[in-house]
Design a protein around this ligand. Structure first.
Ligand SMILES: [Fe+2]
Length: 353
């Protein structure tokens, strides 16, 4: 490995300086550990998308961090991202179980041959489109998420609500034959029609409705469910619209929610705000499994917000966008306001819409 140019030293102090510089320039909550994780990932790969996945640093932070490292002579950005110095940053270990991809659960064990039947349906799913900020997870991710809910007893005999369902979680849940009823709300009529067709063909207690989550939740769905699933838009208002509505839809104490949350578009400062929001509304996190959902690469990547920032304009060859799965449970009924959410659901940390 080449060594850094004369006068360039990389120690903890340098990591702190890079973080401070980026924080000043962008106003974003970048910390020294973000810089360390970036460097650690750069030790493992020169592929930009792999750095995103391995570093767990928001893409919005990575771009100015790479720029700062390049200015310091530590990084060369051409076809790939090449580290030019020995850096004191740990390489991220990759020790996930190959059978379950680290999730600890596999859909094959779900009842009702749900996995096999789900995979057949998923082949004919509507493609992800930018209008609704879509992007769906692999079928294995959807099935494992449903398997986690099964393992907690959040499916059998339960009324289940899915808020936004390009992942087809509602279909996978219904195919297990366990829930009493599954209701899916989605803004995209293509998804609603697809789910209705599947429900009819399979004779499932699954209904789907076109609904924009910025609008108040219709009264019939308030405090009417035992379990919800959602993958929120991750700005503060997005979390309010998706997770807030989910909490409001739950009957009360003992009901559960399953929420996806990324590092790609959410800093740890935002994670902290989100955890505070949950606690303030009577919800406790009972499981948090990082990297649980793996997203299929979507067609509109060159049109997404972050594309213009990228120092290396190459389409990803492997999945790179992942999210954690969080299970929460209510200690009391959540009485959130059911008003229309006004304003942008995205925030400064967003990169893929
Ligand atoms: Fe495993």
């Amino acid at each position: 490995m080449e060594t850094a140019g004369k006068g360039v030293s990389v120690n903890k102090e340098a990591l702190v300086q890079v973080a401070e510089e980026v924080r000043q320039a962008t106003g974003l909550p970048v910390g020294w550990r973000d810089v360390e994780r970036t460097l650690g990932a750069l030790r493992a790969t020169r592929d930009l998308w792999e750095v995103v996945r391995l570093s767990r640093v928001p893409l919005r932070f990575l771009v100015p961090i790479w720029e700062s490292l390049a200015r310091r002579g530590l990084l060369r950005v051409e076809e790939g991202l090449d580290l030019l110095a020995e850096v004191p940053a740990p390489r991220p270990g990759e020790a996930a179980c190959s059978a379950c991809e680290g999730r600890g659960l596999v859909g094959e064990r779900l009842p009702g041959r749900a996995a096999e039947r789900f995979l057949a349906w998923a082949k004919g799913r509507p493609e992800a489109i930018q209008d609704f900020d879509q992007g769906y997870v692999t079928p294995e991710s959807t099935l494992a998420r449903v398997a986690l809910a099964w393992s907690w007893g959040d499916l059998e005999g339960k009324e289940v609500l899915v808020l936004g369902d390009d992942d087809l979680t509602g279909l996978a849940a219904a195919l297990t034959g366990l829930p009493k009823r599954v209701v899916v709300l989605d803004a995209d009529p293509r998804i609603v029609r697809f789910l209705e067709r599947a429900a009819k063909a399979e004779g499932l207690p699954l209904e789907a409705h076109v609904h924009d989550l910025r609008e108040p939740l219709p009264e019939a769905w308030v405090h009417a469910f035992h379990t919800f699933f959602t993958d929120p838009v991750e700005g503060p208002l997005g979390l309010q619209a998706f997770v807030g509505r989910g909490l409001l839809a739950l009957e009360g104490e003992g009901c559960a929610g399953y929420v996806g949350l990324t590092h790609v578009e959410a800093s740890l400062a935002k994670w902290a705000d989100f955890q505070r929001f949950l606690l303030e509304n009577g919800a406790v996190i009972t499981e948090l499994r990082d990297g649980f959902h793996v997203y299929e690469n979507w067609g509109y990547i060159e049109q997404m917000r972050a594309w213009s920032w990228l120092p290396v304009k190459r389409r990803p060859e492997k999945p790179w966008y992942t999210s954690a799965l969080i299970r929460l449970e209510l200690l009391r009924r959540a009485d959130l306001e059911n008003a229309r959410v006004e304003g942008d659901l995205q925030d400064e940390e967003a990169s893929t819409y």
